[in-house]
Design a protein around this ligand. Structure first.
Ligand SMILES: Cc1cc2nc3c(=O)[nH]c(=O)nc-3n(C[C@H](O)[C@H](O)[C@H](O)COP(=O)(O)O)c2cc1C
Ligand code: SF4
Length: 550
């Protein structure tokens, strides 16, 4: 990420935002015309190549995808459900095959058969219904899932009203920001985006760094196929997310909250827009909030389809309209983030916890869960379970409580659970009983809790296909910044493909070397993380995979 380009993009900032302009220029046909890029380059004082580099990155703005009329989901949960091949056939009766694009993931992992058409998401439709939708019969776009909890709910509890938040903020503004910050630290809240880093440490760092502007960026790019718990919060608890951003802003001394929302969640964009308007109408955004002297503004930025934009530095480059490549750290975003200003990037669920802490106090939060992982966690449960949905449990809850008691077990024989997204571990069924829903338990057992999505892999799905899917996903989504990932994920995919189609067995020493290089040499957790599920497959499904190795 170039600092000069950050500064040039920052001249116009968020109001006349380069990335939004790129999106607008792509809307008519799916990719911006060279003339539109040239004009934008002139306005933003950049070279056309910089803008071409950015536009050619995203699924929804690159030339190869120009003219796509409908996008079907190719994420892991849709793959294992087996719904997408018949869906594609059905759609091909109506669309030319080259008009059908692919995206991962549409966040309909609970019922699959997902596709995006005219900015609306559809899923779980009975056979033949997709055609009806295309004839504008939009009566039921699907999207239904169970919501449940074990213990006292915190995030899935009945939603607070704006008047409740007004009262809460009124109380908060009477206390100094340092006290609010200390309370968040004492709550022990750790990031829910995957890495589990303590929020209080990041907030304090952001507060301490001098800066004329500071940003809170809500990472609503929920890209892990299999995850849709952030989508639940964005669509059904938007005020909790937005008010969480405001509380974080007060604690860190930041006056702008940017929510970066993935393109694949069009419904959430409308809901968040309405919520932001309602907040403004209630006088809870703008200058001098409730007479406190504190100012806070919200801005919604919509992504354009790129998994790696969930990585915080790629996300910031994306907002700036740069090619969203991962940046070397340090400096960390809290020191030099959006447009070079101190920036806190936090996950949707992390921020949505702040109103509870503000309302009930740090001790109430800290007493839920375990000593090291406090609070609750939402789990996204995919469609091979009897009751797919979003379930909230206290950290430390046995995994079986979720899979058996809440989600009701499986509709088909299942051989493994893929937990924590594409970079998460693959848990064979005999290990499920050993695991508890927290960061430590998964790490100690050689897996990853991550953002806590659970995709059940049915016995009928050959693991070699799943292995190919994982490597193909990583190769497609690699930002290309570092060689181990840019080249290694493609080579890995090719090895697995050739083993299936050309009878060319994989050399296990070469493959182990490739995984080692990816793990040790990659700049971020995409290339560095993909070896985990691959190694889990080799360890637990070695017998099944043996015919493909020499
Ligand atoms: C490839 C990749 C994708 C990521 N995707 C997301 C995402 O979709 N949502 C998210 O909150 N964090 C994602 N992260 C983690 C972010 O970089 C960052 O750690 C997180 O937003 C911090 O928020 P938290 O501390 O609240 O977890 C991703 C990381 C990587 C390496
Ligand atoms: S590991 Fe992959 S995604 Fe991450 S910086 Fe390197 S090339 Fe980019």
């Amino acid at each position: 990420m170039s600092r000069n380009l950050s500064a040039l993009s920052g001249r116009k900032g968020l109001e006349d935002n380069l990335f939004e302009q790129l999106g607008k220029a792509s809307e008519p046909s799916g990719a911006p015309d060279p003339e539109a890029l040239r004009q934008l380059a002139e306005v933003f004082l950049m070279g056309p190549a910089n803008l071409y580099g950015a536009a050619s990155f995203y699924d929804l703005t690159r030339q190869e995808n120009r003219g796509k009329e409908i996008h079907i989901c190719n994420g892991a949960a849709c793959l294992v459900s087996g719904t997408q091949i018949p869906l594609r056939k059905e759609l091909e009766d109506v669309f030319r095959p080259d008009k059908i694009g692919e995206l991962a993931c549409l966040g309909r992992c609970h019922e699959n058969g997902a596709f995006l058409y005219r900015n609306r998401t559809f899923s779980g439709l009975p056979a033949g219904a997709a055609k009806r939708v295309l004839q504008e019969d939009f009566s039921d776009p699907g999207g239904h899932f169970a919501i449940g909890h074990y213990g006292s709910p915190l995030l899935t509890a009945p939603a607070l009203r704006l008047s409740d938040y007004r009262e809460m903020l009124d109380g908060m503004f009477r206390r100094p920001p340092e006290e609010i910050l200390r309370e968040i630290q004492q709550s022990g809240l750790r990031g829910r985006g995957g890495a589990g880093f303590p929020l209080g440490i990041k907030l304090e760092a952001c507060r301490k760094v001098p800066g004329t502007h500071k940003f809170i960026v809500c990472n609503a790019d929920e890209g892990d196929p299999g995850s849709y718990s952030d989508r639940y919060l964005l669509e059904q608890r938007p005020l909790a997310v937005l008010m969480g951003m405001l509380i974080a802003g007060y604690a860190a001394g930041a006056e702008t909250g940017v929510i970066y929302l993935r393109a694949e969640y069009p419904e959430a964009a409308g809901i968040l827009g309405d919520a932001m308007n309602a907040i403004a109408d209630a006088g809870l955004s703008g200058n001098n909030l409730l007479g406190s002297g504190f100012a806070y503004r919200f801005k919604l930025i919509r992504g354009q389809g790129a998994y790696v934009c969930g990585e915080e530095t790629a996300l910031l480059a994306s907002i700036e309209g740069q090619r969203p490549e991962v940046r070397v750290r340090p400096p960390f975003p809290v020191e030099s983030g959006l447009f070079g200003f101190p920036t806190l990037v936090s996950n949707v669920e992390t921020l949505a916890n702040l109103p509870f802490i503000q309302h009930h106090g740090d001790a109430a939060f800290a007493k839920i869960g375990t000593a090291k992982s406090s609070g609750t966690k939402l789990l996204s449960i995919s469609s091979w379970f009897n009751r797919p949905g979003v379930y909230e449990v206290p950290m430390g809850t046995p995994l079986r409580v979720v899979t058996e008691d809440l989600a009701g077990g499986y509709r088909t024989p299942v051989k493994a659970l893929h937990v924590g997204g594409p970079l998460g571990g693959i848990v064979p069924m005999h290990k499920v009983a050993d695991l508890r829903c927290d960061f430590e338990s998964f790490a100690e057992n050689g897996f990853l809790f991550g953002h806590a999505s659970i995709v059940a892999i049915p016995e009928s799905l050959p693991m070699i296909e799943y292995l190919e899917h994982l490597l193909a996903f990583a190769a497609h989504e690699s930002c290309g910044k570092c060689f181990p990932c840019r080249i290694g994920t493609v080579r890995g995919k090719e090895l697995v493909q050739k083993a299936q189609t050309e009878g060319c067995p994989i050399d296990p020493i070469l493959f182990a070397d490739l995984l080692d290089t990816l793990e040790k040499g990659s700049l971020c957790a995409l290339g560095g993380g993909i070896p985990l599920p691959v190694r889990n497959l080799l360890t637990y499904f070695g017998e099944e995979l043996r015919p493909y190795f020499s």
